[in-house]
Write a protein that binds this ligand. Sequence first.
Ligand code: DWN
Ligand code: ZN
Length: 419
Amino acid sequence: MKKCRICNGELAAFLEFGKMTLANAFLRPDKLSGEFFFDLTACFCSSCCMVQLLDQPPREKMFHSEYPFFTGSSKKMTEHFRDFAQSVRSRYLSSGDPLVVEIGSNDGTFLSNFKSWGIRHIGFEPAENPALAAETKGIRIFRGFFEADTARRVLAEAGKADVIIAANVLCHIPDLHSVLESVKILLKPGGVFVFEEPYWGDVLSKVAYDQIYDEHVFLFSVLSIRALFERHDMEIVCLEPQATHGGSMRFVAALRGDHPVDPGVNRQIEIEMARGLDRTDAYRDFSLKCEASRKRLRDILLSLKKDGKRVMGYGATSKSTTVTNYCGITPELIHSICDTTPVKQNRLSPGAHIPIVPYEDFETTLPDYAVLFAWNHSREIFEKESGFTRRGGKWIIFVPEVKILGREDIYDSVSSVIS
Ligand code: DWN
Ligand code: ZN
């Protein structure tokens, strides 16, 4: 049995998906052989409370020149990062010539705000596709992973950072001890490290098992993050829950004693203890709920197939790789998945081999039902696609529960999803 990546404690498996492929390895139809599979198993460490994968594929297999995710593909996420940047600017940037560093800056959606304000910035980005997109916008990118030697190189060139940011990045990095040591190399005394990540408390309560895939080697609670930062003489000084990615937590960290600790931090720890996030029972309950969710989604799709209905997927998310493979959803059950990302289009979904089609096909295919794989963008998508339900189409959602939604459920009732 492998040991906890944070504290070397014993790991207990609570959800085994079996053989799974890489969430973002979209395939060319003429190149199906040699698909990579690994055992996807979620574990819990009862010593430090960190939820983590038992095994994670090598990082070069996941984050490479063809990495297909671009933060800017969602209008609402672009707005979110503008607001986030404004909050960082007003709360944490001193006068003078401050420096903002982002770990995993993707296509530069967040840093573009600092660029437009004339504030010095550098983004670390190892994946070529998004790095290139950021550079095209004139954003300063360091092409590489964030590690002690790369942090030292940036330090020599640009000096210490006032703020280091990471958004939906830390949960992808297996060696968090190395990240925190590198943060300490680059962060100014009195500076803050602000990061936001999918929140394990939300994954549990929404049965969002699709947040578990190769790239997400960790899913964080405040308990587990506190245990990690304590080992590096750092502490969490503030927490700000976020609605993004189906429920995230923004953590503000600093060197111990540098900033007062907001009372909300201990309050959240108490909430997590009351919910049992430090005990294995909560995890067993979660895995039973995942199994029930999988069965219900599959049963609905099988019965729609029997009735001859046309079902399409909406959003070829990383998360959808877990859902399609875990639930055994093949092209016989879902005819295609539409997506706005050009590099995903005309490829096949990882493992399940469902064709990915351009977003415009959603209009022309006229599906009877659409499975909302991009459920974390439901507000944006329901706004954009009001015509689908107007002409009788129905959405199938599976988070927080498997449900079929018609127009009346989304737009017409007082307690609707969208209002
Ligand atoms: O942690 C991660 C998060 C931040 O982003 C990464 N490991 C990878 C990625 O996860 P994801 O692929 O699950 O993210 P999204 O944001 O849920 O992906 C949305 C997908 O849906 C994109 O491929 C774009 C597409 N989309 C669409 O076709 N129409 C999105 C919207 C909003 C739309 O209207
Ligand atoms: Zn541990």
